[in-house]
Write a protein that binds this ligand. Structure first.
Ligand code: PLP
Length: 463
């Protein structure tokens, strides 16, 4: 299997190269040259498999010669050993709908499914190339901890995560700073999340520094993250349909960067019987406006009770655009350049019809989100986190829909308490966090300061 860029400026590369490249060097996003096809007989055969075995079946065809089945098997075992549920991503029935619980990983959010896999994959590829990678990222709370847990203790990776000092929730802060492994470097900057992002961007643009220290990112543009997320669409389908290939399912996905829902699109293109994808956003509705009007236009970001979806420009949207434009890289490049210049693009009417044939999109307000948490609790005794509640609400017109549960409700206690008057009891991974030892460096929100700190930590390794 070879990988190409959505903008056509990268010679075909292997799976391993695509994983290490992250963002394509021409500014586009990497995609496989084709989707492996899964026929009905195979779907039936897969439908009884445990999660880890299914993961190998789904992912291996994307890797070509790069990674053997046995190696992948071991990688998958290691990635999901830290999940607290034997099924990894179990499905529960909630009235007429299904909930696909993606929050049984070490940080209690769905990003663990991809980042536990990616961390182990990085380590394997670095082992082969005898390399070392320094991951750098800024977080407003959630992604940082999942990235840290994905690579903690890996010998060939150091990770530097910037978070705004005293501006993330106590649980989120402790999830990061209680990880004491040598290779984990938490930095609390005296500034905002935007300052953190600005610093990270400046360091990635410092090409000499970037090359000398082999800087990498773990944001949702990495193809391996999408790939790991494709697995649970197959898993949920097999559990709900029991392998009956006439059963087409609707999936509802709370969406920010279009990563999770794009994984559903990949599953569909591989042949999974999917009827519809419900794209659920909060007030930050660039994607739902796109599906409902054909206009992709960023507006200002609003802070909501589902903060992991407080996003305006969706970093994975370009991948979908590539297929919508019939894989014409010149078109994609032109549209993305126009987006950069004019802040908006519009797709032609016949293309919009294609979008709406598959996607149903809804923007869910805060009141509706809280109402949904209350209603699910009242009717089924089940507590939804605010992100999941957005998806469940948007799917209310689709009985039988599978709603992706992207975070454990105990992570968002304040919103849950507002909705139902009490908090959800925390899973083991969130218990006792406040009593544990922490390590964190507080630094000025200054590019030079952060750069020197990183150098001081790393220079021993580069002598
Ligand atoms: C990241 C995140 C999302 C959004 O996922 P995307 O892949 O960015 O669409 C939704 N819910 C939670 C809890 C998240 O952490």
């Amino acid at each position: 299997m070879r990988y190409l860029s959505t903008r056509g400026g990268v010679d075909p590369i292997t799976f391993s190269q695509a994983v290490m490249m992250g963002l394509a060097t021409d500014g586009g996003l990497l995609l496989p040259e084709l989707f492996p096809q899964v026929d009905e007989q195979t779907l039936r055969r897969w439908s009884g498999l445990p999660f880890n075995e299914l993961a190998v079946e789904v992912m291996h065809p994307f890797m070509g010669e790069d990674i053997s089945r046995d190696t992948l098997s071991a990688l998958v075992e290691r990635a999901y050993a830290g999940f607290s549920h034997p099924e990894v991503t179990p499905v529960v029935k909630l009235g007429e709908q299904y909930i696909l619980e993606l929050f049984h990983g070490p940080t209690a959010a769905f990003k663990d499914v991809a980042l536990q896999f990616l961390g182990n994959l990085f380590e394997l590829l670095l082992e082969r190339s005898d390399g070392h990678l320094n991951i750098l990222g800024a977080t407003s709370g959630d992604t940082g901890s999942a990235a840290i847990y994905g690579v903690r203790g890996q010998r060939r990776i150091d990770i530097f995560i910037l978070h705004p000092h005293n501006r993330v929730s106590p649980i989120q802060e402790r999830q990061m700073t209680t990880v004491l492994d040598e290779n984990v470097h938490n930095i609390a900057i005296e500034g905002t999340f935007d300052d953190g992002q600005r610093i990270v961007k400046a360091l990635f643009n410092d090409l000499e520094f970037k090359r000398a220290y082999n800087l990498g990112a773990v944001n949702s543009i990495n193809w391996a993250r999408i790939l790991a997320q494709v697995v649970y669409y197959f898993y949920a389908w097999s559990r709900v349909s029991g392998g009956d290939t006439r059963r087409k399912l609707t999936f509802s996905v709370p969406t920010g960067n279009f990563g999770d829902i794009f994984a559903g699109y990949v599953a569909l293109r591989m042949g999974l019987p999917i009827e519809r994808l419900v794209l659920a956003t909060n007030r930050n509705d660039i994607l739902s406006r796109f599906v409902n009007s054909g206009v992709y236009q960023a507006r200002e970001v609003h802070h909501t009770i589902s903060p992991s979806m407080d996003i305006q420009i969706s970093s994975n949207f370009e991948r979908y655009l590539y297929y919508l434009m019939d894989q014409r890289t010149d078109k994609v490049r032109e549209l993305m350049e126009r987006m950069g210049r004019e802040g908006q693009i519009t797709i032609p009417g016949e293309k919009l019809a294609e979008v709406t044939a598959l996607f149903h999109a809804e923007a869910v307000s805060e009141e509706e989100t809280l109402e949904q948490i209350a209603a699910s609790y009242r009717e089924h005794g089940y507590i939804l986190d605010p992100h999941t509640a957005v998806g469940v609400r948007a799917a209310s017109r689709f009985p039988g829909a599978v709603c992706l549960a992207t975070a454990h409700p105990a992570k968002f206690g304040e919103a849950v308490e507002r909705a139902i008057g009490c908090e959800a009891s925390p899973p083991p991974s969130l218990q006792g966090l406040l009593e544990r030892e922490t390590r964190c460096q507080i630094l000025a929100a200054d590019v030079g300061v952060i750069k020197r700190y990183m150098q001081s930590k790393l220079d021993g390794q580069y002598e």
